[in-house]
Design a protein around this ligand. Structure first.
Ligand SMILES: Cc1ncc(COP(=O)(O)O)c(C=O)c1O
Length: 427
């Protein structure tokens, strides 16, 4: 029986430090952010003591697009538990067939195939395996300071600080500045299998690509017979106000990865979707990529329901309306705190607040926490606070977020001593 808050908080922290992560316990102790997630519902999270309430503007990078414990998704999971378990990954499956078909209905017409996974890193790993297996070339061009996950090939396409201790990693990864199509062209050679980008890179601080960037990249890839892989793990599933964020740029990738929000926050499931004609490789080697829990059958109806909800036109237009309302409030704060907040980056509710100092990302995470809002800075550009509220918020929550951010900026302004500390955290 689960019982939130049964143990005293001090004991939980002690046990966590002793048996799970002493480093995290030390870090959160140092910045005085001893929040332990207890009750959670919709956009809200409570500490185990029930004393502290936060609006979740982190959402695990989009996992909680529909908020915590969305009742419709919960019902689907409960029903699935009555009849299903994970199934068998070697056999054919009614549930995976159903979800694969649904994904094909909601992706561009040339994208018809899906391989399921458990985590986003796995979905990216498979994207790279497919590109290499199909082309029999090995180089992957990716964005400097990108983040695509903690697993082998995904890690090799990430920022140095995530991978240096684990070197040597897989060879053949070449980085280019994000948004620079000329650099992409120069980096490609006869050994290049694919170009991999997160459509808008979250960990890099949500820099929006130049409008014609993806059109150019698509042309270059087509000319040079190189595949285009897009990571939609954070940006997909309605987060940017369109179902897939590459729709903003009028391109269709050859392969794209979906994760995070697809689980509804209730059952881990990810997907790599790809073009019909790339399937010859998988057809020849149907057992070459094995994932015991990938596309577990219990998760398939959950993901299908998430997809149905987020793909609805009415849902997406509501995301855009809320984004506009939130931005109006943030613009007022930008004028009020112009020495700190210098730019509002956004597509839908995929938002990054660019600030004037690398200390402000960590400082605003702490200030936000003290003012009732949970948001986390971008790890590879710590002058940016990522703002990812659940997509289901309404006007009351928008007003709450603006109020909390207003208080947080006041707090940040009054604590130059904390800015020094935050700068040191940002190193
Ligand atoms: C853009 C992006 N790609 C891939 C991943 C990896 O996903 P996971 O942690 O589920 O392996 C993440 C996780 O934060 C991500 O943000």
């Amino acid at each position: 029986m689960v019982s939130i808050g049964e143990s005293p908080k001090e004991q939980i922290i002690k046990d966590f430090a002793a048996h799970v992560s002493s480093g995290k316990a030390d870090f959160y102790g140092m910045v005085d952010l001893n929040f332990i997630l207890g009750k959670r519902e919709g956009p809200w999270m409570w500490d185990v003591t029930g004393e502290k309430k936060l609006i979740n503007c982190h959402c695990n990078g989009g996992v909680f697009n529909l908020g915590h414990r969305h009742p419709v998704i919960l019902k689907v999971l409960r029903e699935a538990l009555e009849e299903l378990d994970i199934g068998n990954h070697h056999l054919m499956s009614e549930q995976r067939a159903m979800l694969g078909k649904k994904l094909a209905e909601h992706t561009p017409s040339e994208i018809t195939r899906t391989v399921f996974g458990v985590g986003g890193g796995e979905a990216i790993d498979f994207s790279i395996k497919l590109a290499r297996g199909h082309s029999r070339k090995h180089k992957i061009v990716y964005a400097t300071s990108a983040y695509h996950g903690h697993t082998g090939l995904a890690l090799a396409a990430g920022d140095a600080h995530f991978k240096e201790p684990f070197e040597p990693l897989a060879p053949g990864f070449v980085d280019v500045p994000f948004g620079d199509a000329d650099a992409v062209e120069k980096a490609i050679d006869d050994e290049t299998a694919a170009v991999l980008f997160e459509t808008i890179p979250a960990t890099l601080g949500m820099p929006l690509p130049p409008e014609d960037f993806y059109r150019h990249v698509r042309e270059i890839c087509d000319q040079k017979d190189v595949l285009l892989i897009l990571d939609e793990i954070q940006t997909g599933l309605g987060r940017t106000g369109k179902l897939w964020s590459f729709e903003h740029y009028d391109v269709v990738p050859d392969i794209f990865a979906i994760g995070k929000g697809l689980s509804g926050g209730l059952f881990p499931i990810t997907a790599t979707c790809y073009r019909e004609d790339l399937d010859s490789f998988m057809n020849e080697h149907p057992f070459i990529h094995v994932s015991t829990f990938g596309g577990a059958e219990i998760g398939c109806p959950v993901a299908a329901k998430v997809l149905e909800i987020t793909a609805a036109d009415s849902f997406l237009s509501r995301v855009n309306k809320i984004s506009n309302n939130l931005t109006s409030g943030l613009e007022v704060l930008r004028e009020r705190y112009s020495e700190i907040l210098i730019e509002i980056r956004r597509k839908g509710l995929f938002m990054g607040l660019k600030m004037s100092d690398i200390g402000y990302g960590p400082l605003m995470s702490i200030a936000g926490y003290n003012c009732g809002l949970f948001a986390v800075y971008a790890d590879n550009d710590r002058s940016v606070l990522q703002l990812l509220p659940p997509l289901i918020i309404g006007d009351d929550e928008v007003a709450y977020i603006i109020d909390a951010m207003d208080n947080a900026y006041t707090y940040a302004k009054q604590r130059p001593d904390y800015l020094e500390l935050a700068r040191s955290l940002a190193m």
